[in-house]
Design a protein around this ligand. Structure first.
Ligand code: ATP
Length: 358
């Protein structure tokens, strides 16, 4: 599999569809530019209808962009049919050949390419080992579990040695436990082969677990692209903050500076947050506070009232009111900590470093 690694670049890509009901045209993907580095695992993530699958299908060649150009490595590929592109797709439905056994399913693409029999045997055997299906060559695909079928689909895509693997929600037909197992498998195989992978999902934990970078899409445009940590800790806007994990929003004007911190007035109380050069006194800011980044105490932070207190085993789940804002908290390992009950008045405490100013 020693092949030159290739990245993918989208240069001002748009796709326009006609709404079948109204007949009106709309942008399913709008003016999208992004770069996927060779050998990385990148996930397209976003709510239903945001344009993830359309983007993936344009890279695969099943749809053509109405505007812009797609590059695979340095080659512009808009004009190439899917089988002429150096990509392979793993589908949600597996799309296996039902009357073929595992070997013949995996060998199919190589036979189409008219490779010699012994080369086909060697390649298929190697790939089946990689996906941990060796010894099962003669099993018919309708005798396989969902997870095994997905491994065959993955083997079939990998065996033709594409530069880029494309995944269209490959795990959504599997049960939750198997999904977690298979995503780890997919990541292991991608890293072992060193292939560029582009993966579509609407499951944020899947995206976090598997990706070098996540592309968050919203209404046909890229809202943010970054590592899971960048997206989680430094979301660019409320949509991204809310879409990845649980987010609380605290709002208020900047009323001053305290050393390297900005001071905000949140619901009539002063609180310190990280300062950036872009911030101006008198202007309103929104601060993202993750549920695990704050704690409750008898004094010291923003005064609040507990409106929900719920033991969840590994954490105590709190909802508190800070003025008119509701804040959700997860106090980890509550065993030896003071538990606050509904109606208690206490303080919401967090580090200035643990919040992110939008
Ligand atoms: P999901 O998670 O539900 O699969 P998605 O983010 O993958 O969503 P797309 O399948 O890319 O979304 O669809 C983007 C938009 O384009 C949606 O509004 C969808 O209804 C519309 N769309 C997709 N394919 C077509 C088509 N062939 N003709 C018309 N509209 C389409």
């Amino acid at each position: 599999m020693a092949k030159e690694k290739k990245g993918v670049r989208l240069d001002h890509i748009s796709k326009i569809y006609k709404d079948p009901k109204t007949g009106k045209e709309f942008y399913a993907v709008k003016d999208t530019s992004l770069e996927i580095e060779p050998g990385t695992f990148v996930t397209l993530l976003g709510p239903s209808g945001c344009g993830k699958t359309t983007t993936l299908r344009m890279i695969a060649g099943f749809e053509s962009p109405d505007e812009g150009e797609i590059y695979l490595g340095n080659e512009a590929i808009n004009e190439l049919t899917p089988n002429k592109r150096d990509t392979a797709m793993v589908f949600q439905s597996y799309a296996l050949l039902p009357h073929y056994n595992i070997f013949d399913n995996v060998a199919y693409g190589l036979k189409l390419r008219k490779m010699p029999k012994d080369v086909i045997k060697e390649k298929v055997t190697k790939i089946l080992k990689l996906v941990e299906l060796e010894g099962m060559e003669s099993r018919m695909t309708n005798q396989l579990s969902g997870g095994q079928q997905q491994r065959v689909a993955l083997a079939r895509a990998l065996v033709i040695e594409p530069s880029v693997l494309l995944f269209d929600e490959p795990l959504s037909n599997l049960d939750a436990k198997l999904r977690v197992q298979m995503r780890t498998e997919i990541r292991r195989i991608q890293q072992e082969v060193g292939i560029t992978a582009i993966y579509v999902t609407h499951d944020q934990s899947e995206a976090m677990a598997i990706s070098d970078k996540i592309i968050i899409m919203n209404k046909g445009v890229v809202a943010q692209m970054g590592t899971p940590q960048e997206i989680y800790y430094h979301p660019v806007d409320e949509f991204v903050a809310d879409f990845i994990g649980e987010a609380n929003f605290l709002r208020g004007p900047m009323v001053g500076k305290d050393g390297k911190y900005a001071v905000l007035d949140v619901e009539g109380n002063k609180t310190r947050v990280e300062y950036s050069d872009k911030m101006k006194e008198g202007e309103n800011y929104t601060v993202v506070l993750r549920p695990e980044a704050a704690t409750l105490a008898d004094e010291g932070g923003l005064p609040c009232t507990v409106v929900l207190s719920c033991f969840m085993g590994s954490y105590q789940n709190y909802h508190v009111k800070v003025g008119n804002s509701l804040v959700k908290l997860e106090e980890k390992n509550p065993k030896n900590k003071k538990i606050y009950n509904v109606g208690d008045k206490c303080h919401l405490v967090f580090d200035a470093e643990s919040v992110h100013v939008l």
